[in-house]
Design a protein around this ligand. Structure first.
Ligand code: NOJ
Length: 560
């Protein structure tokens, strides 16, 4: 029996243009969220079984990481078929049901589109490898002859984000010289050529396919990477390959904007409530202004704010990121966004417990100092109140509402992230933030799957105190902090608008006012600071409501 598309049920989430401007979007890393069939891998049926949890948490939407058929060399960001679901996750009918039921729970569903590269197992790439140099099949990707006698050197010096060169040589096909293909990530992720009309048309058709199925929008993977400098120039030897300076040959090239203008027209044809969120950056100095160029009214709706995620726990640095975000985005009429964690970086409850709590680059493997777990958790609680009090949209990564930390002692033989191999075992990679999350019980699998199932990455025994079951109804728990904060955010008129006014406050603290006299105070100094006496406290990240506000705590209150 075929299940009908779920467009009709979109009415249950309401036709609300602009809903995304102040939404809280929950990131579902599907592999690690909930496993219904007990194979140790999360699936769509698992997500469906937890929709009531997400509704009660109080988020507006979910973004589901890639769920397409994939050889999984990079956690599904190597897509072999953009119009199907990987059998480990379910079927297209499961996806239809998920969308329909999510809408019935008042939740919107965003997919994850991966346009920079396909899988090396995608039929297009297989065809390209089997075809001659210069053939239309090769033109869909970035194939070039090598340098040096016999073409044995890569065409240029670009590095792969995962380590090693960004080029791999294929065997000679069709009698021509053996060429190289570009992969900014793993060799299993060949970059597409976005100068190619067929590539553009194919992705537009893919977007329509999923919009027809009922998706409310997409997170766009590597959104600033599609266009490359066609001359493929070498990177200067001292260039930071991860940061797009003005003339960077593969990050932030202007050619990408016309792609998003076309995509925006497609989204608008489905309704003003379909949305694109770009994974862009980090964008280097002047980054937010560069980001704003992607958020002009006829391009993407919003983009992740990686400058906020990367900032250390430092009042001046956070304030400068917040200011640097608000002004340029306001100029293009785009809402700011805020994010503390995702599936690519060390979880912030661990990061904030380190002597240096920022990320120099966005990769998780950069910072490896030991973490003070209790300190990290206190700061993560305060950071949640900071993030959720800011105007605009916020992104919550699954498990941050449970206070999960990074799992740093995964056995080496279980590591799956391609960075582990590509870096010659120098970078352990991102598996530590992708461990299946704990729902209930005293021992693994902690309700992630049916008892007896073995999660694809092992869960720490210490997570027994972090399960949803253990935290529910405990007013001191991280889960209840998030639930309360999200309820206030939804219902308090002070958090409805887009205004923010900084108030004078002691060094090392952040105090700002939103609407209706609602204030947020965050203490990042080493000393307690007084709060106004005539106030009504709405929420504190620390246990009590006594004056003064201790270090690494935050408060929402109304009053002067
Ligand atoms: C960004 C994704 O978030 C990350 O997980 C992936 O490895 C790269 N893009 C490549 O697709």
């Amino acid at each position: 029996m075929s299940i009908q598309p779920s467009r009709a049920s979109a009415a249950s989430v309401g036709q609300a243009p602009g809903w995304w401007r102040r939404a809280v979007v929950y990131q579902v890393y599907i592999r690690s969220f909930a496993d219904a069939n007990g194979d140790g891998v999360g699936d769509i049926a698992g997500i469906r079984s937890r929709l009531a949890y997400l509704r009660d948490l109080g988020v507006d939407a979910i973004w589901v990481n890639p769920w397409y058929p994939s050889p999984m060399v990079d956690g599904g960001y190597d897509v072999a078929d953009y119009r199907a679901i990987d059998p480990a996750y379910g079927t297209l009918d499961d996806a239809r049901l998920l969308i329909r039921e999510a809408h019935d729970h008042g939740l919107r569903v965003l997919g994850d589109i991966v346009p920079n590269h396909t899988s090396a197992e995608h039929p297009w790439f297989r065809e390209a490898v089997a075809s001659a140099p210069g053939s239309p099949a090769r033109e869909r990707y970035v194939f070039r002859d090598g340098r040096g006698p016999g073409g044995e050197e890569p065409p240029n010096n670009w590095p792969s984000v995962f380590g090693g060169p960004a080029w791999t040589r294929v065997a000679s096909a069709g009698g021509g010289p053996a060429q190289w293909y570009l992969h900014l990530f793993d060799p299993g992720q060949p970059d597409l050529n976005w100068e190619n009309g067929e590539v553009r048309a194919e992705f537009e058709a893919i977007l329509r396919f999923w919009f027809d199925l009922g998706l409310d929008g997409f997170r766009i993977d590597v959104a600033h990477g599609l266009a490359k400098d066609a001359t493929l120039p070498d990177l200067p030897p001292d260039a930071d390959p991860s940061v797009p300076e003005d003339d960077h040959p593969f990050w932030g090239q202007d050619g990408t904007h016309s792609v998003y203008r076309a995509w925006r027209r497609i989204a608008e044809a489905y309704g003003a409530d379909r949305v694109f969120i770009g994974e862009i950056g980090p964008m280097g100095p002047d980054g937010q202004a560069r980001l704003a160029r992607y958020l002009r009214p006829d391009e993407l709706h919003q983009a992740f704010n990686f400058d906020f995620l990367r900032a250390p726990w430092d009042a001046a640095k956070l304030r400068s990121v917040i200011d640097a975000t608000l002004a340029p985005l306001a100029e293009v009429g785009a809402p700011p966004t805020w994010v503390l964690s995702n599936h690519d970086v060390t979880r912030h409850a661990t990061r904030y417990g380190r002597p240096y709590s920022g990320l120099e680059a966005w990769e998780t493997w950069v910072e490896r100092q030991p973490a003070d777990r209790a300190l990290g958790l206190r700061r993560a609680r305060a950071a949640a109140l900071l993030m959720l009090a800011l105007p605009g949209a916020a992104y919550v990564y699954q498990g941050e509402e449970l206070g999960l930390g990074e799992v740093e002692d995964l056995p080496e033989e279980l590591l799956q992230d391609p960075t582990w191999e590509r870096s010659g075992h120098e970078w352990r990679g991102r598996d530590g933030c992708r461990v299946p999350i704990p729902w209930s019980g005293d021992a693994p699998p902690f309700g992630f799957g049916p008892s007896g199932c073995t999660p694809w990455l092992p869960q720490p025994a210490g997570w027994r105190g972090h399960t949803v079951e253990a935290q529910a109804d405990d007013r001191t728990s991280m889960l209840e902090l998030y639930r309360t904060a999200l309820r206030i955010r939804r219902t308090h008129p002070g958090l409805a608008g887009e205004e923010l006014t900084w108030l004078a406050s002691p060094p090392g603290t952040l105090v700002f006012e939103r609407g209706a006299g609602l204030r947020c105070a965050v203490n990042l100094s080493g000393a307690a600071v007084p709060l106004p006496t005539a106030r009504t406290t709405l929420l504190r990240s620390d246990a009590g409501d006594e004056d003064p506000l201790p270090p690494d705590a935050a408060a929402w209150y109304v009053g002067r």
